[in-house]
Design a protein around this ligand. Sequence first.
Ligand SMILES: C[S@@+](CC[C@H](N)C(=O)[O-])C[C@H]1O[C@@H](n2cnc3c(N)ncnc32)[C@H](O)[C@@H]1O
Length: 417
Amino acid sequence: MSRELPPLPNHLKYRLNLSNHVTPRLLKDKPVHRWFYFPHSFSPKLVEILLTEWQVPTGSTVLDPFVGAGTTLYTSSRQGYNALGIDISPLSIFVSNTKVRVYDPPQIRQAVESITIMFRTGQHNIDLTRTDRLQQAFTDAEFNALKGLQQAILVQPEQVRDLLLLALLRVQQVVSRAKSDGGWFRWVEQDCQATSILPAFVDIVNTMLLDLIDTHGPYGLCLARQHDARQLVELQEWYPELMNDCQAIITSPPYPNRHDYSRIFQIELLTLGLNENDIFTLRYESLRSNVEAHPPERELPLFIVPERLQETLDLLPDDTDRRIDPMLRGYFEDMNAVMHSAFQVLTPGGYIALVVGNVRHAGVMIPVDEILIEVGETLGYKPLTSWVARLRGNSAQQMGRYGREPARESVVIFRKT
Ligand SMILES: C[S@@+](CC[C@H](N)C(=O)[O-])C[C@H]1O[C@@H](n2cnc3c(N)ncnc32)[C@H](O)[C@@H]1O
């Protein structure tokens, strides 16, 4: 029996046929995308639908300022667009650039053979002292095997090294006792898996090789670079030709739900060579979607608190965690800066789509989609009809978890006219 859908505010319309496309659910079966994805990745189909609906000409540039696992970057470049991705996290840059690179499969097979021999015959001589998190995540034998594998990968030819390192990150996720669970992670008990590390690695690389079968160009230019989404204007200086014709931005910023990507992906970041201090810096410099991020040192553009945000903040009960109000104000001030700089780099007539989720704090629903529509209008964008693609919390089971009001997940769409 169909339940009646809640009425929607101005500029929003239901497109619930897209519900699977605003989650990473479909990515686990998609070649290349499945190599690594984030808890809030969306599907390549969503990128294709938007580019088709907007009739963006191929050859122009598509930008993703929160590139995450590179869904927009990979999909649009495969469709003949030039694609530029930026992200504050070196993990995102590593994953995205590794996915879009062109590979020579025989060279990968040869590297796997060489790694297998080195791993089986090598004396790894690994220093087993490690941070508490790594101590809890891996037994000594697992850590020894993972580091031995990493040493063997690092001496392979540069053209295949990152792909093999990405496969190692995947193996680590399977072996680790810290399991990512949505935007959080939990600790699990499991037996030592040191002996299955090499076979698991070979399996993952074999799947990657299968995915490379039908990746033939020509593709658009494509790259990801570490940078802050609140400062997109620098891109015009760095990539004048690409940014001369930026006709579309398709992205998914973090949601203000307190998830902290630097914590969820701490093990991956350590493997990529960051130290604990680098990870703290990344946490502080990220968008203020969690209470630990700091306001940026650079001055941000003028931000007038949107009415809809103020009304919502006024509803927070007195006993709400006192870090929530400043986090939410900071989040929308940051998003104002992102959308302000996006406006500067978009070509007139260009489009922007932001996949965002409404969140609940202290029982109060924060209408992220509505507030961002108000922010965009203030900045001079024309709001187009935005799509409510998913309602979290409309099943009986979820009602208990989310309360009576479902949380919308929306694709907020504007045009720079
Ligand atoms: C929701 S994920 C993006 C998921 C992506 N749409 C995908 O399909 O994989 C959000 C990303 O925002 C990044 N991020 C957080 N603060 C940032 C900032 N100030 N500038 C750029 N990226 C930032 C995080 O590192 C994370 O990769």
